[in-house]
Ligand binder design. Structure first.
Ligand SMILES: *Cc1c(COP(=O)(O)O)cnc(C)c1O
Length: 368
């Protein structure tokens, strides 16, 4: 036993989520985005489970992540979203990874040193973040001698506002992407992240690229999340304290008790990615003052009291019956009872950030 917080990852639910996205993808191939250690869950177990389920194409951000995927998915196509540089070339060729080429220099580099290895072309259709400009892409489409030295498998672009399927920026990006598609007519096209896979079938084309929805996160704003929860985070109860009206709780002594209060001190804190902005006293955040998060104890939602510290969180368990408290050992931070996105909202962020912040201290266990 340990006092380290626990992370339980349900690989059966993960696979079901991916199969649902695959079904949603219709005739398009469904890949899996497993960058950032598979959104915090663990790149190897996730790639292994998805490969077994039939996934053949993965996207990661960095070449080193791709090398880890290659260890467990020897036949998969592994795309490197960050592209290629002279000094990342070795990792990419050694592990037969496929760079997503994001500018003309990268195109030229891969054409001369890529040994005919598969690659993708990334066009920036309206995000100003990564990829060739539309004009550069159109010019490249005319450069037959350059293209003849490249083994391009996919033409791709990324959406800025897919979480709002009817946002007008999607239309602008789509028009730009269609312009490029028409000039690269032989290439497979990839335009959809999770949100567009779920809500924009007209954006599916040949290859979808879902990430967050595989892990049970919310991809779309303002609609019920159709995915199954995959990750449960739990924290061990270290002490139950009984405190009086007027007493203070935690750093800064900012939380002042207005009733006789039972406080559970639980293990884990911001060092485990359980953000300080979840503090019950509200840590100012971009002008907003979030009201703090909750934890779940046997049917009771218990508010966080005072500030979240590095390794400890204090929780108001006054309303939990003593019988339960005497037996209780663990509380849920998020999982089946508190959606990861609700926990994220309580600290002013998104499920993606909460998941990818989880850190290395958890005891991880896998179901399935
Ligand atoms: C992260 C990423 C995705 C996946 O996005 P989700 O919103 O997690 O589905 C797809 N494509 C690119 C280029 C990405 O960077």
């Amino acid at each position: 036993m340990s006092t380290a917080p626990r992370l339980t990852i349900d690989l059966n639910a993960l696979v079901q989520n991916w199969l649902k996205l695959k079904e949603k993808s219709g005739s398009a191939e469904c890949s899996a985005v497993i960058k950032a250690n598979a959104y915090g869950l663990g790149i190897e177990p996730v790639a292994t489970a998805l490969t077994k389920a039939g996934c053949k194409t993965f996207f990661v951000a960095m070449a080193e992540e791709g090398a880890r995927v290659r260890e467990v998915a020897s036949d998969a196509r592994v795309f490197i979203l960050n592209g290629i540089f002279a000094d990342t070339m070795d990792v990419i060729t050694e592990h037969t990874l496929s760079p997503v080429l994001g500018n003309v220099d990268q195109v030229a580099l891969w054409a001369t040193r890529g040994n005919g290895g598969a690659c993708a072309l990334h066009v920036d259709t309206g995000m100003n973040r990564l990829g060739m400009d539309v004009e550069e892409a159109l010019a490249l489409s005319e450069n037959k001698s350059m293209l003849s030295r490249l083994n391009v498998k996919v033409l791709m672009s990324h959406l800025a506002c897919a979480d709002e399927p009817t946002h007008e920026h999607n239309t602008l990006q789509h028009e730009n992407f269609r312009k490029c598609m028409s000039k690269f007519s032989g290439l497979k096209a990839s335009f959809s992240n999770s949100a567009a896979t779920l809500a924009r079938p007209d954006f599916h084309y040949d290859l979808t690229r879902p990430g967050v929805a595989i892990y049970g996160g919310e991809a779309l704003n303002d609609v019920p999340n159709p995915m199954k929860p995959v990750v449960t985070a739990q924290s061990r109860i270290l002490q139950i304290r009984h405190a009086k009206v007027g007493e203070k709780v935690g750093y800064g002594a900012e939380a002042e008790l207005t009733r006789p209060t039972k406080i559970a001190t639980i293990s884990g804190g911001y060092a485990d990615g359980f953000h300080r902005a979840l503090s019950g006293v509200g840590v100012p955040l971009r002008g907003a003052k979030p009201e703090g998060g909750n934890v779940w104890l046997e049917g009771h939602l218990c508010p966080i009291l005072g500030r979240v510290s590095m390794d400890l969180i204090t929780v108001d368990v006054t309303d939990v019956p003593d019988q339960i408290l005497q037996e209780a050992k663990w509380v849920e931070l998020f999982g089946k009872n508190i959606a990861v996105d609700d926990a994220a909202r309580a600290c002013g962020t998104i499920g993606y950030e909460l998941l990818t912040s989880l850190g290395g201290r958890y005891q991880r266990s896998f179901i399935g």
